[in-house]
Design a protein around this ligand. Structure first.
Ligand SMILES: Nc1ncnc2c1ncn2[C@@H]1O[C@H](COP(=O)(O)OP(=O)(O)O)[C@@H](O)[C@H]1O
Ligand SMILES: [Mg+2]
Length: 441
């Protein structure tokens, strides 16, 4: 994920729910995404799985999965956002350049795939032809954007000036508002959507927040999981699906005899395990679990976490575990991302971040949760409440609640500083916090 921005349109303006989030997750790695309620965790997950509600849109940045682009803003949207910034000229050039490169990459992939078909002996062509179609759809999906880029390039081939900015804005507005353009865009959305659908659930699956209540009460739990399998693997027989469900039940620690039970006959823990079974059904490469244990009691929470960790190791899947409870992450993750007000405030290897936090918000979160190992200390809540994302405070979004805040924090956006290899912190005083040399203000 690179510099992802997701905004929601609401009556009184725009909610900048995710505003420049970057991270990388390797195969088999688990990342905990932590932060108070409303900081943009679920929205980040929905952007990956393309489940954003209608008023939500990716307006900048990109998401790649196995190097394939799975999320990016439309050219018009990206340029429109860039024009609002003072560095608009450079930004527009950069956006056009990278969108062009990405479209060219797809066109090249299409040509290569077509060449492979042409070169293959007649009898071996079937699967090769099948592989061409999705790539052709991807190229077709970007046709309108390729045209728009050409227009913007033609208009933008002048030195930066207010007139040029207005001309670019007019092209973009026309595209965003124009009726035909909107229709084209919708069609394009659908095409991208089909492309994403093929990866969603087979490669990326998600356990939703309060998922344990997501089963349909009038169908047997086992049947609901089998249904997901049959939808996804059309060649699977009912018997095979049932066998797989039984196997999944034992894997997540539910007695196989419960396969014909209804959701209300299951305890909360069993329902949550069933949800995990459902998420694992299609052998995903990436599993996103949104607050998987929040609704459970502490003992059940612990057992489920231990199981998630075992499954993850055994199956070597990558995971993103979303939680507001930093102690949950310590149990299962190698990496941690700490979100606040739509931004990633700290990111890195979990041991390093826990040992030597480099961000005041992380310090705050850590002292708001009791430690079992460390010395006894008084728990200290972070005063104040998270920012209104439709009108975030200027400068650092955390400054109104920060014990270390200085003048600069109220005025300037903080930089993302790499305090140690792979350990990042969004703070004007990241180094000082890391080194423990900063005094409270
Ligand atoms: N459909 C929506 N329309 C407008 N605002 C939304 C919508 N969904 C979420 N938000 C806002 O986006 C921000 C991030 O929400 P969310 O991603 O659900 O946070 P988290 O999962 O960290 O609790 C919040 O301020 C929330 O109010
Ligand atoms: Mg959430």
């Amino acid at each position: 994920m690179k510099d992802l921005r997701v905004y929601f349109r609401i009556m009184k303006g725009t909610v900048k729910a995710v505003d420049g989030v970057s991270f990388q997750l390797k195969r088999g790695e688990t990342m905990g995404l932590v932060g108070e309620s409303g900081c943009g965790k679920t929205t980040t997950a929905y952007a990956i799985t393309r489940l954003l509600p209608n008023n939500g849109e990716i307006v900048g940045g990109e998401i790649r999965f196995n190097n394939a682009l799975v999320g990016r803003a439309h050219v018009a949207t990206e340029v429109n956002e860039a024009l609002k910034r003072t560095t608009w000229f450079e930004e527009v050039q950069a956006i056009l350049g990278s969108q062009e490169a990405e479209i060219a990459e797809r066109q090249k992939a299409l040509m290569e795939a077509e060449a492979r078909v042409a070169a293959a002996p007649e009898e071996a062509r079937g699967p090769l032809i099948a592989a061409v179609d999705p790539i052709r759809a991807q190229v077709a999906a970007r046709l309108h954007e390729a045209e728009l880029i050409q227009t913007l390039r033609a208009v933008g081939a002048a030195p930066p000036s207010d007139e040029l900015k207005a001309a670019l804005q007019a092209v973009v507005d026309d595209d965003l508002k124009g009726f035909t353009a909107a229709r084209r865009r919708r069609r394009m959305d659908r095409e991208i959507e089909t492309e994403i659908n093929t990866i969603r659930w087979s490669q990326v699956s998600m356990i939703f927040q309060s998922a344990m209540n997501a089963f349909n009460p009038v169908y047997r739990v086992g049947d609901q999981i089998a249904e997901a399998l049959l939808t996804h693997f059309p060649d699977m027989t009912k018997e095979q699906a049932r066998d797989r469900v039984l196997q999944l039940f034992s894997r997540v620690g539910i007695d196989q005899s419960r396969v014909d039970g209804y959701p209300h006959e299951f305890s909360g823990g069993m329902r949550q395990r069933s949800m995990i079974a459902m998420a694992l059904a299609c052998n995903p490469q990436l599993l996103i679990a949104d607050e998987p244990t929040t609704a459970l009691d502490v003992i059940m929470q612990d057992r489920i976490l231990a199981e998630i960790r075992d499954l993850q190791r055994e199956l070597n899947i990558s995971m993103i575990i979303i939680t507001h409870d930093i102690s949950v992450v310590a149990e299962v993750a190698e990496k941690i991302g700490i979100m606040y007000g739509g931004k990633l405030f700290e990111y890195g290897n979990i041991m390093e971040v826990f040992d030597r936090p480099a961000n005041p918000y992380t310090l705050g979160l850590m002292s708001a949760f009791p430690s079992i190992k460390g010395n006894r200390k008084r728990l200290r809540a972070i005063p104040g409440s998270p920012p209104d994302l439709s009108d975030p405070p200027p400068g650092c979004r955390f400054h109104p609640r920060c014990r270390f805040a200085q003048e600069i924090c109220r005025e300037k956006d903080p930089p993302m500083v790499e305090v140690a290899s792979g350990h990042w912190s969004l703070c004007h005083f990241a180094k000082e916090i890391y080194e423990g040399t900063l005094r409270e203000s």
